[in-house]
Design a protein around this ligand. Sequence first.
Ligand SMILES: [Zn+2]
Length: 139
Amino acid sequence: MRGNRPELLAASLRAENPGIEERIQKWLTGVDGPPYAHWFYRGPRERGAVRYKQIAIRNDGRWTVEYVHRVMFALHRGDIPAGYEVSHECQTKWCVRPDHMELRLPAEHRLLDAAFRKFVGGIPLNNILYWRIRKEGTD
Ligand SMILES: [Zn+2]
């Protein structure tokens, strides 16, 4: 994702949004698949998301709209500090699988994405290629 986002803290998310995990879980597909399988969120777009699925949550006492992949990361991997972005290491922007994502600083995130685009030459990444990159790197 791009742009400055506030921090997202797992404990606050759970405290302010009771049942948030179940609310997301019921819309997930792919969760029974192998480790390289993406998880997709089939829930409604709660606002006009163009690139990412979004969900309405309470954060820091206010209703806001947040990206589902960021919420999933915070809940399952840990807090997202302010200034950090959640990078889709699987390069599948609609994926919300927590272990397919990493925290990155914006500059690092852009470099990775640029390296990926160069590597694949614009060809969509399939699961097998994804898995090889995870195991072997891009060099
Ligand atoms: Zn993925």
